[in-house]
Design a protein around this ligand. Structure first.
Ligand code: CS2
Ligand code: MN
Length: 364
């Protein structure tokens, strides 16, 4: 595996490439063209200059998160082919720039959903949190407004104000879209992009829906083992894989995370590893990465990744806001650096333990 950090680009991120480079064991960044909207073609020049900037710092681009999918593709509208063509052109340009991993999601309207971006913990740190009661008390329009005041001035990924301004129309577009339709629209999209993925050896890594259940009655499909099995089988190509995000699948306590990782052997192209602390099944917050601070056994999660021969990028996912840092919620420097270091420590111990026991893994 390669330890990485997400970086939104110098115009948008409070964290610098130089700071990322100083985190021991972090060699790559997961980045994006943050000022593009879903559906736009990424030009080769834009990608090339991003790559040059990253490489000048001594790091490299380990993958893209995300190339977002236009709503026309998700809803299966008549004009979807034009947006799929644009997506294919973007993939081609990424491949030409030697980038081989693309994370995306297929969530209707909203990307991840949280009800608090700065819940205060007893130690004074703040974290993102979710309660179903708070969601049930909101309507979609107020959802966006309710978090907009807590973002420390950032645009949150997947919550582009340009799209949110049209939230009513977006809901209208999804009104008759069922889970079955979403599966079919995802299949159509994947079938069309697989040839370019094969040509340029690009791994597509779908990010799970977060939380892993329906929000505001919108259909959600990438939520559990049965549904990912369906997704993988319906377009059975090794380039059709997943981002294993422990904090997203983990929102549903019925998901057995190490078991899901083992079952996905060969199809996990990217991993987001973070911990959650549950107060009840529908009230959780994003804790520090350390197992004892949350509800997940991070050792077992890392061990499962090790045992399937995972050799793609891992990134600590959201971190707490600590040490008076002001940054995009979830994406400060300090706690993600602590997370990366902790996860690297777990990995080293697992790997050395396996060498010692003679069970050292080979690749996928
Ligand atoms: C991320 C997602 O910040 C986050 O929660 O894990 O926004 C993720 O980047 C997208 O869903 C992937 O397309
Ligand atoms: Mn994630």
């Amino acid at each position: 595996m390669e330890m990485t950090l997400r970086w939104f680009g110098s115009a948008f991120d409070t964290v610098t490439l130089q700071q990322i480079r100083q985190i021991p064991g972090v060699t790559g960044v997961i980045t994006t063209l943050y000022n593009t909207l879903p559906g736009e073609v990424w030009t080769r020049e834009q990608i090339h200059s991003l790559k040059e900037e990253v490489e000048a710092s001594g790091l490299h681009i380990s993958g893209i998160e995300s190339v977002n999918i236009h709503d026309a593709i998700k809803t299966g509208s008549k004009n979807r082919d034009q947006y799929i063509d644009n997506y294919i052109t973007t993939l081609k340009h990424l491949g030409e720039e030697d980038i081989h991993l693309v994370c995306y999601n297929f969530m209707p309207v909203f990307d991840w959903t949280r009800t608090e971006l700065a819940r205060k913990r007893p130690d004074g740190s703040t974290v993102l949190a979710y309660t179903q009661e708070a969601v049930d008390a909101l309507c979609p329009e107020t959802m966006f407004a309710s978090i907009a005041g807590e973002t420390n001035g950032s645009t949150m990924p997947g919550w582009e104000p340009e799209r949110m301004a049209h939230i009513k129309e977006l809901f209208e577009q999804y009104r008759n879209v069922t889970e079955e339709d979403l599966f079919q629209n995802l299949k159509y999209f994947l079938e069309r992009i697989m040839p370019v993925c094969e040509q340029y050896n690009i791994n597509m890594a779908i990010h799970p829906d977060d939380p892993a259940w329906s929000v505001f009655d919108l259909p959600r499909i990438i939520i559990n083992k049965a549904n990912i099995l369906r997704m993988i089988q319906m377009v059975d190509n090794p380039h059709n894989g997943v981002t294993f995000c422990s904090g997203s699948y983990g929102t549903n306590l019925e998901n057995d995370l190490p078991d899901m990782i083992r079952f996905l052997k060969g199809r996990v192209h990217f991993a987001h590893v973070r911990n959650l602390k549950f107060h009840s099944p529908t009230n959780f917050e994003e804790s520090a990465h350390l197992s004892s601070d949350g509800s997940f056994d991070m050792y077992e999660i890392m061990k499962a990744l090790y045992e399937i021969g995972f050799d793609g990028p891992i990134r600590p996912d959201h971190g707490r806001m600590i040490w008076d840092e002001e940054a995009m919620p979830g994406y400060g420097l300090y706690d993600r650096a602590l997370g990366a270091t902790y996860l690297n420590g777990l990995w080293e111990a697992i790997e050395k333990g396996a060498i010692h026991n003679g069970t050292h893994r080979t690749r996928n």
